[in-house]
Design a protein around this ligand. Structure first.
Ligand code: ZN
Length: 224
C-alpha cells in the first residue's frame, strides 16, 4: 500500500468523533458535535466536529480546522509520521516497513537526540554542582525557581569557556560531526569547533514525547 492509500485506509477505519471524544467532552448539536475548543481558551463552545465530512473546525479564535490527522497532531504536538503511526495502530492498519533511507534518518535523529539529552544532563550537573556556577545558582534563586523545578525541567548552565561542552561530549563518545549537526558546537574556519553556548542558563526544549530536541539559553551577563 502506498502512503496515500494508507492514510485513506486509516481515515476510513477511524471515526473522527470517536478520536476527538477520547480527548474532549463532545455534546451533540443537531447533526454535529460541539465542545470547548482545546486550542484556545473559551467559555462558549465554538469547536465543532462534523461526522459526515469527518472533519472539525474551531469557529472561535482559532478559525481553523482539519481532519483526524491535524487534530491529533495539534493535540499531541506530534509530527505527521508519529500521527500516522499512532492512528494506524489504533485503526489496525499495518504500515509498510520504513525504507533504508527512512531508517537511516530515524537512526540519525535518535542519535542526535541522545547527544542533546546527554548535554542537558551535563549542563544540569554543572548548574547544581560546579563552583563556577555560583552566580547562575544565585540568579536561579533570585527568580524564585525551586530546586524541584530546576530538577524537573533539567535546567542547566553552560560554562563561560570555549570548548568545555565539546570536550565533555567527545569524551562521551559522540562524534564532532554529530555535535555540529545538533548545533551545540560551531565549526571553526581553521578546523575543529567551539561551544555555541557559553555562560548561559540552559533550558532544555522537549518534543511531545518529552525528548530533548534543543535548548533555550539565557545570558546572565547584564551586557550580553
Ligand atoms: Zn479554537
Amino acid at each position: 500500500m502506498n502512503l496515500v492509500s494508507v492514510i485513506d485506509e486509516v481515515k476510513d477505519r477511524l471515526d473522527v468523533v470517536e478520536v476527538v471524544s477520547s480527548y474532549l467532552q463532545l455534546n451533540k448539536a443537531g447533526r454535529n458535535y460541539k465542545a470547548l475548543c482545546p486550542f484556545h481558551s473559551e467559555n462558549t463552545p465554538s469547536f465543532v466536529v462534523f461526522p459526515e465530512s469527518q472533519r472539525w473546525y474551531c469557529f472561535g479564535a482559532c478559525n481553523e480546522g482539519g481532519d483526524v490527522f491535524n487534530f491529533v497532531m495539534k493535540m499531541e504536538a506530534w509530527d505527521f509520521r508519529t500521527a500516522l503511526e499512532e492512528l494506524a495502530r489504533r485503526a489496525g492498519v499495518e504500515l509498510e516497513p520504513p525504507t533504508p533511507a527512512q531508517e537511516q534518518a530515524a537512526e540519525e535523529a535518535d542519535r542526535l537526540r541522545e547527544v542533546l539529552a546527554t548535554a542537558a544532563r551535563y549542563y544540569h550537573h554543572l548548574l547544581v554542582n560546579a563552583p563556577e556556577a555560583n552566580e547562575a545558582r544565585e540568579y536561579v534563586e533570585s527568580r524564585g525557581l525551586a530546586d524541584e523545578t530546576v530538577e524537573a525541567f533539567l535546567i542547566g548552565y553552560s560554562l563561560p569557556e570555549w570548548e568545555r561542552a565539546r570536550t565533555y561530549l567527545i569524551k562521551q563518545g559522540y562524534s564532532e560531526e554529530d555535535l555540529l549537526k545538533t548545533g551545540l558546537v560551531i565549526e571553526r574556519e581553521t578546523g575543529g569547533s567551539y561551544d555555541r553556548f557559553r555562560g548561559r542558563l540552559m533550558i532544555p526544549i522537549r518534543d511531545g514525547r518529552g525528548r530533548v530536541v534543543g535548548f533555550g539559553a539565557r545570558t546572565l551577563d547584564p551586557d550580553g
